[in-house]
Ligand binder design. Structure first.
Ligand code: SAH
Ligand code: SF4
Length: 383
């Protein structure tokens, strides 16, 4: 499970951000299951299901019914669709599939109400999701890609390399599985699991729309957060499309030299540009960007860093989430508690347009905390 930064270098990882294509998310929708002729209808949006039904000689109304069965009710068997006529259910059994991911295991944290879900894809790759329960708040952290090629030096997922983007149905299925296994309703979704959501833009947006849709999961848009390492053109697309979901940007350094060292994409989309984009998002009604800042010992945790951070955020309506680093056993370390406190207090004392919060990750004993999601062979052998 543990990867060591800079030592494990997967050939899929791309150090030069210039070669990361923002077009990765534009793969044609995969509607066919690799192993059969069945159309995978899980993952289709409301409109897509309506169109699909019309194409099959049914009404748009029927598409709405399918949408509710798939997402609001989360059925696993076509025969459960009790208000769909038998002849169409038979058609669906022959032509449609609800299958995307298989649940392999659920690990429970001893310390907190955190569970890590391990899933297998159709080609036997593995991805993970995390369910975090704090009082009445139930947050599910979802993966959007198998691995990630943004290659941040401190992140376990980045060290896995990149296999492919997840399909919308695979993103939605992670949530459906968690909902089946827990009794407390899900209150919040964060796209902070494996992968870079904005390099799988369309599918992530479709999944978020299904979560938000009144006849789907009916979650308020303010309870859905998308975190990006800073894929600038996609941030602006998100703003231009007037998406109502919350936006988080992983800043992680207060100067470009350090940020480029730990996040190579910074050479393409530097700090100033990201702050500007965050500010533009915050200027939309009822939006407030969140900047995430992973505290790394002796890398970005000095008072000079705190000073520069203050200079950058002063004047921007935003939240600043300080995340003490979750160790993966590599070259990076978490700062001492005194240092974390000192850094946070420096900013608390000066916060103006921004609000500072220290985020304590849960589930560290099962490697379910931020940046610790990486599925390696050893883990699979233990299944
Ligand atoms: N790719 C997206 C979302 C997934 S990472 C992004 O980078 O924003 C989610 C968050 O976890 C990011 O803020 C990232 O900086 C942080 N992170 C990665 N590795 C971490 C680690 N080992 N400890 C703490 N936070 C980490
Ligand atoms: Fe990818 Fe985010 Fe990890 Fe960077 S921090 S490697 S963008 S998952």
């Amino acid at each position: 499970m543990k990867n060591s930064c800079c030592i494990v270098k997967n050939s899929c990882n791309i150090r030069m951000m210039n070669s990361i294509s923002i077009e990765q998310g534009k793969i044609a929708p995969l509607k066919k299951n690799i192993s059969s002729d069945h159309t995978i209808i899980k993952g289709m949006t409301f409109t897509e299901l309506q169109e699909w039904c019309i194409d099959k000689g049914e009404s748009a109304y029927r598409g709405g019914q399918l949408f509710e069965w798939l997402y609001r009710h989360g059925i696993t068997n076509i025969d459960e669709m009790s208000n769909i006529k038998k002849s169409f259910r038979d058609f669906l059994t022959l032509n449609a599939s609800l299958e995307t991911l298989t649940l392999e295991s659920v690990s429970e944290s001893n310390q907190e109400s955190t569970q890590k879900y391990l899933f297998k894809t159709h080609e036997s790759k593995f991805i993970e999701s995390v369910s975090i329960i704090e009082k009445q708040r139930h947050t599910v952290c979802l993966s959007t890609q198998i691995g990630c090629n943004v290659d941040c030096d401190f992140c376990a997922t980045g060290k896995m390399g990149f296999s492919r983007n997840l399909l919308t149905g695979e993103i939605v299925d992670q949530l459906l599985w968690v909902m089946r296994k827990t009794t407390l309703p899900v209150t919040n979704i964060v796209f902070m699991g494996m992968g870079e959501p904005f390099l799988n833009y369309k599918r992530v947006m479709d999944a978020a729309d299904i979560f938000h849709h009144q006849r789907g999961f009916d979650l308020a848009s303010t309870r859905i957060t998308i975190s990006t390492a800073g894929i600038l053109p996609r941030i602006y697309q998100f703003i231009t499309e007037n998406r109502k979901y919350k936006l988080a940007i992983s800043l992680n350094a207060s100067d470009d030299i350090t940020r480029t060292q730990i996040m190579p994409l910074n050479s393409k989309w530097p700090i100033k540009e990201l702050i500007k984009a965050g500010k533009t998002y915050s200027e939309l009604p009822r939006r407030r960007v969140m900047f995430e800042y992973v505290l790394l010992k002796n890398v970005n945790d000095s008072i000079e860093d705190a000073y520069r951070l203050h200079k950058l955020l002063n004047g921007v309506q935003c939240k600043l989430n300080l995340i003490p680093y979750n160790s993966m056993g590599g070259i990076f370390n978490r700062p001492d508690e005194d240092k974390i406190k000192e850094f946070a207090e420096y900013l608390y004392d000066r916060q103006t347009t921004y609000r500072v919060l220290v985020r304590r990750s849960k589930g560290k004993d099962i490697n379910a905390a931020c940046g610790q999601l990486a599925v390696n062979n050893k883990e699979k052998e233990n299944l």
